[in-house]
Design a protein around this ligand. Structure first.
Ligand code: FE2
Length: 686
């Protein structure tokens, strides 16, 4: 016990949480009366392991700079068997938030917790669940979610998740929620300045003092600005209820810091050195999302203690594209997001950070970007692969120029490092985690999709456009994620194959759309050889590609049928963009003419997307994963466009529920997904 207490204190110090230890059960000694108004952001718990979990709340005070709350943890919802009773400090230094690491809990158990101030004013009651022991063979259930823009939408998906979970058999209830980023959007719109966007009415979220503006966006540049955004988001009742029901495991995507930012560079259109902004973003994330991420700024259990950095331009880059500038390195390492969790016998969850260490954008050269202007959004795949590979392309002999249909431009990446999203240090850690994993399933939780998004415009009928797409290459829709990080992705997948790792699957977010398929480095005419499964979960609320298509795609675009099929009766157009990615241009053109799904699918190009089983660029909602010793089940729960808060307890209607199952495969075998529609209409997603 002594040793584990000591190691526990070490753990609490690394993450910056107060420490509380479990004792014998007894009745509550606190005169708690619920005052939710005094805890306006609710309660939360995070990163459970078999013996501990972090509990969180915020209780702002008008007076003083530091106050003490009491936290209680009980084995029952009525707090008759309280097993931990400890102090939880809140202070103005952390915007009145608190984190308490509760140790000595039993594995795979549900607990209830609440906070009370010295006057007996209490938070709502939260519920949390510890992880099973590493040898525990029970089934693991979790949901993965991302992209919860409450400025432009509502969180009906959480309402449905809660409603279904409350009614599910115990063995199917969720153990935790994996949040894959865009917990906030730092680009805040004000309702009086922007009335609507696409189908959305802009909701009030926050006011950013002393921020920047980029177009209609107000952007924080200091910790108070980010704090204001978190407070605005956490005012959402559905998000509060979800955080009070399940522990969350979170990693940031881009918007927790900066829309187009990378490393410590802040970017919204224009790039700026943003070392102090990155530190502020990390501090606010640490304050509002309880996690085991290591803060490296100091030993305090109570505060973040932001390191001092200056905003200076990065002029030197190392061989992996990492900005070799002391303030940059300090800023991006002020909070370490990547980490892994063992959860019972069947899950190793390996979480990576996609923005803090990534190299400069490989695809930003406007000269190459001008290739094929008639081909809406499409880019030659072979050129993308050259740019991604940088100076390492073709075994270190990259071409001097890239070309498309006879136009040649210099290869802008000829001397650049190959694109990396992970960065060298994180990648080494990630590979090590993969190699060491002994759980049945190795789930890579990351914020960015890894499935190729491509089309076959080489099969367009002659005469539709002035230009003809070259016969020997596919088109890609550049995504900036692992879907076009060809070299790095192959490095990971090669490791999985060479180390004979089975049960490898990716869950990701960011794309605002549902995707299910296979992890493969190459597609035809290369070798399609999947080493695992790959999923992308839709946005909880943020607008997606289909909504943008419906509003932005000109009626006169000759390629419009590849994205939207306009019905002769003037009804809402069908989403052929899904069909384009899965079956190709011939299917889309047939469908937009006849609306005959069978005839359209009969023209499917089998070489285009053997890696895809399902894609819906118009979906919203969440995904649920169930892992057992022999199977991975991934369910997409899709709701209609969440433009208004549902008044019904189930969060409103379902669009569809789709289940993707895969039996555990042996090393050398090819994973196989079976997709079945359980409810509703999936449109052209299959
Ligand atoms: Fe997003």
């Amino acid at each position: 016990m002594k040793i584990s207490r000591r190691s526990f204190l070490k753990a609490a110090t690394a993450i910056g949480a107060s420490l509380a230890w479990v004792g014998p059960a007894r009745g509550s000694r606190v005169h708690w009366h619920e005052r939710r108004d005094l805890y306006p952001q609710g309660v939360a718990s995070g990163d459970p392991d078999p013996h501990s979990v972090i509990l969180w709340t915020r209780r702002p005070f008008d007076q003083g700079t530091r106050q003490l709350l009491t936290v209680e943890v009980a084995e029952d919802e009525a707090f008759r068997r309280v097993i931990a009773h400890a102090q939880a400090p809140v202070s103005s230094a952390t915007d009145w938030t608190t984190r308490v690491l509760i140790g000595g809990l039993k594995p795979a158990r549900t607990y209830w917790y609440r906070f009370t101030d010295t006057d007996g004013n209490g938070s709502r009651v939260g519920r949390t669940i510890t992880a099973p022991l590493p040898n525990d063979p029970r089934t693991v259930n979790f949901a993965f979610v991302s992209c919860q823009d409450v400025n432009e939408g509502t969180l009906n998906a959480y309402r449905r998740m809660i409603y279904e979970d409350e009614r599910a058999p115990a063995a199917q209830q969720l153990d935790f929620v994996l949040h894959l980023g865009d917990f906030i959007y730092e680009v805040v719109e004000y309702p009086e300045e922007v009335k609507t966007r696409y189908d959305r009415t802009i909701n009030e979220v926050a006011r950013i003092k002393d921020g920047l503006t980029a177009g209609k966006f107000h952007i924080p540049v200091n910790v108070d600005g980010y704090r204001a955004v978190y407070k605005g988001y956490l005012a959402d009742p559905d998000l509060q209820d979800a955080r009070a029901r399940w522990p969350f495991v979170c990693i940031w995507d881009n918007h927790e810091f900066s829309w187009q930012g990378w490393q410590s560079i802040q970017k919204a259109g224009k790039s700026r050195p943003g070392q102090s902004i990155k530190v502020a973003a990390n501090q606010a994330w640490w304050e509002y999302l309880p996690s085991r991420c290591k803060k490296v700024s100091g030993p305090s259990l109570e505060s973040f203690d932001p390191p001092k950095v200056s905003n200076v331009a990065i002029e030197k880059w190392d061989e992996n594209g990492l900005g070799d500038e002391p303030n940059n390195l300090t800023a991006i390492k002020s909070l370490i997001g990547y980490r892994s969790y063992r959860y019972g016998k069947h899950l190793d969850l390996i979480i990576t950070d996609q923005h803090s260490y990534r190299s400069a954008d490989s695809f930003s050269d406007p000269a190459a970007g001008a290739f094929g202007p008639e081909f809406t959004g499409m880019f030659p795949e072979d050129v993308a692969q050259v740019l991604d590979g940088g100076r390492a392309f073709n075994g270190g002999n990259p071409p001097a120029e890239v070309s498309f249909n006879g136009s040649h431009v210099p290869n802008s990446q000829r001397n650049a490092p190959p694109q990396t999203i992970l960065g060298a240090e994180q990648k080494a850690w990630f590979k090590d985690q993969l190699r060491k994993s002994t759980a049945t399933w190795k789930i890579w939780g990351n914020s960015e999709g890894a499935l190729d998004s491509r089309a076959d415009p080489q099969n367009l009928p002659p005469g539709l456009l002035k230009e003809t797409w070259p016969k020997n290459t596919y088109a890609t829709f550049p995504s900036g994620d692992y879907g076009s990080a060809y070299k790095e992705r192959a490095e990971i997948y090669d490791l999985v194959r060479d180390s004979k790792i089975t049960g490898f699957a990716i869950v990701s977010g960011d794309r605002h759309s549902f995707w299910a398929g296979y992890a493969t480095s190459e597609l035809p005419p290369g070798k399609f050889d999947p080493v695992g499964l790959s999923f992308v979960g839709a946005s909880l609320s943020s607008a997606g590609t289909m909504e943008a298509n419906e509003h932005n795609l000109p009626k006169t675009d000759p390629l419009r049928p590849l994205f939207l099929a306009d019905r002769p009766d003037g009804e809402k157009p069908d989403w052929t963009h899904n069909m384009l990615l899965r079956h190709g241009v011939r299917s889309c053109l047939e469908y937009a003419k006849s609306f005959d799904l069978q005839r359209a699918r009969a023209l499917s190009n089998p070489d285009l997307a053997p890696h895809l089983e399902f894609v819906d660029l118009g979906g919203h909602g969440y995904a649920k994963v169930q892992l057992s010793g022999n199977e991975m089940r991934t369910e997409f729960v899709c709701i209609p466009r969440p433009i208004a808060r549902s008044e019904s307890p189930d969060g409103g209607p379902l669009r569809y529920r789709v289940l993707h199952t895969a039996a555990l495969w042996k090393s050398g075998e090819r994973p196989q997904l079976k997709t079945s529609v359980l409810e509703g209409d999936v449109g052209l997603a299959i």
